[in-house]
Design a binder for this molecule. Structure first.
Ligand code: COA
Ligand code: MG
Length: 294
């Protein structure tokens, strides 16, 4: 997914606008954008919204964390609706994913939802423990785990620290570390990596820059919090015509069968060819030339 738009599940006006935003996926939120007294109403509105939903965006539900006392009620409300998945915040380590995966096994069985239907997208950096233990995610496969994302705000709160960004807008080193761990772990697992929110939602140019930077670092998409961010993010994660054309030229340059070639005065070898093919494949575009099996 290129874009995942957060929508507070207790807000009728935002729910009404969500499907038209053009996001690849929606994250209907039961967690931090909904105040505790509103949680029961949010669960009810979520069910009503999805009963009449015919939009094209995939549906994810952000549930409350394992220590909140709200999670089981959230799962009881969300699983019968058979969303693509739940978004699980504030994990402390892989055992939290396993616990929630068992809860999902049970909820799917109770509600007649096919086993394994509901995926998990987890925020992998909201506690210091989750950041330090990220490599443990690689030890055993977890088929429900489809996407990793990262967040700076909750980590900053856990650290008793201030603004996670420098006055110039760059991530401070501790958050840069968390972000890097997230993107590496996602690729090591062969799953998607979503970049965190650009909180200044009126700043389209800053959102575009941060999305493009994220794409160049290996993220496959980015979270949006406002409909205006969605087209900006979708564009940043869609290869441009110039990029596709260059990728086709790279593939063509290797057709003579050599392992290292020159193009526009620069050396290209097999990693460049693989990257070009990957880009063309992801874009569903033809390489426009004969494959040589590499
Ligand atoms: N999803 C769907 N619609 C949204 C939306 C969202 N995330 N954010 C704004 N809109 C709608 C508004 O309701 C408004 O439509 P309306 O006039 O029919 O009510 C329109 O888009 C323009 O909104 P705007 O006035 O520019 O913003 P706002 O002040 O209403 O809302 C936020 C700003 C940040 C509060 C809002 O974007 C939001 O709630 N975002 C999601 C927050 C969230 O889920 N955070 C947790 C994850 S980090
Ligand atoms: Mg949070």
């Amino acid at each position: 997914m290129r874009s995942l738009l957060f929508v507070p599940a207790d807000n009728e006006r935002k729910l009404a606008k969500a499907a038209a935003a053009g996001a690849d996926a929606l994250a209907l939120d039961l967690e931090d954008s909904v105040l505790p007294p509103r949680k029961p109403a949010a669960r009810k509105m979520l069910a009503e919204y999805l009963a009449g939903y015919h939009g094209a965006s995939q549906i994810w539900v952000r549930v409350n964390d394992l220590e909140s006392g709200e999670l089981l009620k959230d799962l009881a409300a969300a699983v019968p609706l058979a969303p693509a998945g739940i978004l699980l915040p504030k994990i402390r380590g892989p055992e939290d994913l396993d616990t929630v995966s068992h809860y999902l096994d049970m909820a799917e069985a109770i509600h007649g939802v096919a086993a394994g239907t509901v995926g998990i997208l987890t925020v992998s950096t909201e506690t210091p423990s989750a950041v330090l233990r990220m490599p443990e995610l690689l030890k055993v496969p977890r088929p429900r785990l489809k996407v990793l994302t990262w967040g700076a705000e909750d980590l900053s709160t856990a650290l008793g620290a201030g603004d996670p960004r420098t006055p110039e807008g760059a991530w401070r080193p501790v958050y840069q570390h968390a972000r890097t761990q997230c993107v590496l772990a996602a690729h090591a697992l062969g799953i998607e990596a979503l970049d965190t929110v650009h909180v200044d939602f009126r700043d389209a140019e800053g959102c575009r820059r941060s999305a493009e930077t994220a794409r160049h670092e290996g993220f496959t998409g980015k979270i949006a919090i406002h409909p205006d961010q969605v087209p900006v993010i979708n564009a940043a994660f869609t290869p441009s015509a110039a990029e596709l054309e260059f990728a086709r030229r790279v593939v063509a340059a290797f057709e003579a069968g050599s392992g290292a070639v020159s193009l526009d005065g620069k050396m290209l070898d097999v990693p460049h060819l693989k990257s070009a093919r990957r880009l063309l494949k992801a874009a569903g575009a033809s390489a426009g030339g004969g494959a040589d099996g590499r």
